[in-house]
Write a new protein. Structure first.
Length: 367
C-alpha cells in the first residue's frame, strides 16, 4: 500500500515537473515579451522603487504625451509614466496601487481619454490587462486581483500559457530566441522597443516618442452619450482611484491630453463628458480636471496638424510642446492662477475662438 502511494506521488510530481517544463519551453519559444513597452516600463518601475514622487497613469494618450524627463527638468520632481496601451480605469487603479506600494507618491496625474471611461467592463479589452499582469511582480497581490477582476478564475490560465495572447510571428521566432538568450531583457537597452519603420521609440520611464502625421482626417472613435457620459465601470474605478489617493495623502489631478480641434468637432456631446468630470471634481474638494483640448492660449501651446500622429494621438513633437505646457500649468496652479483662466469651460468656445488648424480639415471633410 505504502509502495503504491509513493509510486502515485512520484508519478504526480513527475507530471507536474514535465508540465512546468513544457509550459516554460512554450513561453520561451512562442511568447514575444521582448518587444513590449509594458515589459520595459514595469521593469523600470520596479528598479526605480523608492524614488518616484509623481506618477502619470492612463492609456497611450498618456505614455505618448508626457515625457517624465522633461517634467523633472522643469519641476524638480522624480516622475514616472506608467501608461500602457488601451489602459482602462481598472488598469490605472491597479498600477496606482502597485506604484504606491513601493514609493511615497505625492502627486498622481490621471489621463482621462474618454473612450476608456465608456467601456462597460474590463473583459471587453482583455489585452489591456495582459499587457500589465504579464510583467507585474509575481508576488504582487495587485497582479492577481486585477486578473481576477478582468476575467475571473479562467483568466489565470493565461499566467500558465501567455502564448494564448502574446504569440510571436513564425518568421520572427529565431531572432526572438536569440534576443532572449542575449540582451533582450536588459532595461538599459531600448533597441528592442525602437521601431524605425513605424517611427516609434521607447525613451525611458514609460515615455514613447512617436513620429508621423495624420493620414485619414479626424474621424471620432466614439460619440458621447449625454445621458451617460461615463459608464458605470468608468465611474466605479474613477471613484476607487480618487478614494485611494485621498486615503493615502496623494494629490490627484485629472487631465486629458490635447485632442485636435477637428476631432472635437467630429465628436458629438463631448461637452457632456467635460461637464460630468467637472461636476465630479466639484463634489470632491481639491480635485481638478484639466482638459488641454480646451486650453485657452493656443498661441502658447501652438499645436498644429503636424504635431499629431493620427486623429487623436500626439506625436513626439507634439508631446514636447504639451509636456512644457503641462509643467507651466502645474506651476501656474501652484501660484494660485484660476483654472478658468487656463481652460475654456465649453467646447463651443474653444472651437469658435482658438481652434487649431485641424478644424479646417474636419469642416471640409464634413461637407
Amino acid at each position: 500500500m505504502k509502495h503504491s502511494f509513493l509510486q502515485k506521488a512520484a508519478a504526480a510530481a513527475l507530471f507536474v515537473l514535465l508540465t512546468a517544463a513544457l509550459l516554460a519551453a512554450a513561453d520561451f519559444l512562442l511568447v514575444d515579451d521582448v518587444h513590449s513597452y509594458s515589459r520595459v516600463m514595469l521593469q523600470e518601475l520596479y528598479q526605480d522603487a523608492g524614488n518616484i514622487d509623481t506618477l502619470f497613469l492612463g492609456s497611450s494618450h498618456c505614455y505618448r504625451s508626457v515625457d517624465p524627463a522633461a517634467v523633472d527638468a522643469a519641476l524638480g520632481t522624480h516622475s514616472f509614466n506608467a501608461g500602457s496601451s488601451q489602459q482602462l480605469p481598472d488598469g490605472s487603479y491597479y498600477m496606482l496601487r502597485e506604484a504606491a506600494a513601493q514609493n511615497d507618491l505625492k502627486t498622481v496625474y490621471l489621463e482621462m481619454f474618454y473612450t476608456g471611461y465608456n467601456e462597460s467592463a474590463s473583459s471587453n479589452v482583455p489585452l489591456a490587462c495582459y499587457l500589465l499582469v504579464d510583467h507585474m511582480n509575481a508576488l504582487s497581490p495587485n497582479r492577481y486581483e486585477y486578473l481576477l477582476e478582468m476575467g475571473g478564475l479562467a483568466a489565470f490560465a493565461d499566467l500558465l500559457l501567455p502564448a494564448r495572447h502574446g504569440i510571436a510571428s513564425l518568421s520572427g521566432m529565431p531572432a526572438l530566441w536569440q534576443a532572449k538568450l542575449a540582451d533582450g531583457y536588459t532595461t538599459d537597452s531600448y533597441r528592442y522597443v525602437t521601431y524605425e519603420d513605424s517611427g516609434e521609440a521607447y525613451r525611458g520611464r514609460g515615455f514613447v516618442y512617436t513620429a508621423g502625421i495624420p493620414q485619414d482626417g479626424f474621424a471620432t472613435l466614439l460619440n458621447v452619450d449625454p445621458d451617460a457620459p461615463l459608464s458605470d465601470f468608468g465611474w466605479e474605478y474613477l471613484n476607487k482611484i480618487t478614494d485611494f489617493c485621498q486615503e493615502n495623502g496623494i494629490q490627484l489631478v485629472l487631465f486629458t491630453a490635447p485632442l485636435p480641434s477637428g476631432y472635437l468637432y467630429n465628436t458629438q456631446n463631448y461637452q457632456a463628458y467635460v461637464d460630468a468630470l467637472q461636476d465630479f471634481c466639484t463634489a470632491h474638494a481639491g480635485l481638478e480636471y484639466w482638459d488641454f483640448s480646451l486650453y485657452r492660449l493656443q498661441c502658447d501651446l501652438n499645436l498644429k496638424i503636424e504635431d499629431f500622429s493620427d486623429a487623436h494621438h500626439l506625436n513626439g513633437a507634439g508631446a514636447e510642446k504639451f509636456t512644457a505646457i503641462l509643467c507651466q500649468t502645474i506651476q501656474e496652479r501652484a501660484a494660485g492662477k484660476a483654472v478658468d483662466e487656463i481652460f475654456y469651460p465649453t467646447v463651443e468656445e474653444k472651437l469658435t475662438l482658438t481652434p487649431d488648424d485641424s478644424i479646417l480639415m474636419a469642416k471640409i471633410q464634413s461637407q
